[in-house]
Ligand binder design. Sequence first.
Ligand SMILES: NC(=O)c1ccc[n+]([C@@H]2O[C@H](COP(=O)([O-])OP(=O)(O)OC[C@H]3O[C@@H](n4cnc5c(N)ncnc54)[C@H](OP(=O)(O)O)[C@@H]3O)[C@@H](O)[C@H]2O)c1
Length: 276
Amino acid sequence: MSFNLGFIGGGNMSTAIVKGILKTDTHSPSKIWVSGPRLNNLKHWSDLGANITNKNGEVFCNCDVIFLGVKPGMLEGAVNDCLQTLTTTMSCKKVLFVSMLAGITIGDLQKALKQLSKDVSVIRIMPNTPMTVGEGACLYTPDDSVTEDQCILVERLLRNCGMCERVPESLIDSLGALTGCGPAFVYIIIEALADGAVKQGVPRALALRFAAQMVAGSGKMVLQSGKHPGLLKDEVCSPGGSTICGVTALEEGKIRATLINAVQASTLRNKELGKK
Ligand SMILES: NC(=O)c1ccc[n+]([C@@H]2O[C@H](COP(=O)([O-])OP(=O)(O)OC[C@H]3O[C@@H](n4cnc5c(N)ncnc54)[C@H](OP(=O)(O)O)[C@@H]3O)[C@@H](O)[C@H]2O)c1
């Protein structure tokens, strides 16, 4: 791919995305730019071969597709920094912004980014950190000015990072709570399952490794078999067997209601973040 790719904000999520993108040779690291206020926090980007700068304007001037990876409350500051550090006047530059900012709507993004150029298009994404190992789940919604070719370009770029699907913007906060916050929920489940095995005398490292593989494999079973998870669960529970005894303990602990409430709490917070 011959275009220059930019990141404004090179923290955890941007790093996960760039590592996913660089997993194959489709985009050269020398054509990637990243900016942030402290160059020493971007050392891992120069180790990957990317260009680093503390001027957002430099990323804007050099790049055609720019990921926004700052915290939601930092959008205004990042745009101001961009305006103050432009190396040339670029008020008509054609640029595609890809925003990962939780809760910030396409309308708000357009308003903020129009200050940089009249010809700005915006794609809103909700990524997750497993993109770093190529097993992510990324949602996206384009604004009305984004072309089919631009959608294909972004999908192609993010395909190396895992699943990437277009959804209506009305689903980004809720489905994004499941995919973006969900990894933290699953890490807790993996840790707790390993704790359970440790309680039964299994060494911790062994328990963690097998708990993680079991969760990864179960997810693949749902995706590849096409079967409803309830059916897959029934297939594992033989009458009077050990699995149904464990399932009963889970139901007594209200695991379903707890997970439903977790997705609800994260969805509400996503919506709040956009209003601030
Ligand atoms: N983490 C996730 O799992 C996840 C999932 C979905 C969506 N998101 C979204 O991704 C975005 C980033 O989250 P994160 O977890 O990656 O946060 P993070 O690790 O704190 O990254 C934010 C980055 O922005 C930089 N920054 C601060 N002010 C800036 C400015 N004015 N201009 C340019 N860069 C600036 C920070 O640099 P310094 O560190 O040097 O201050 C930092 O590298 C958020 O909007 C979040 O909603 C995150």
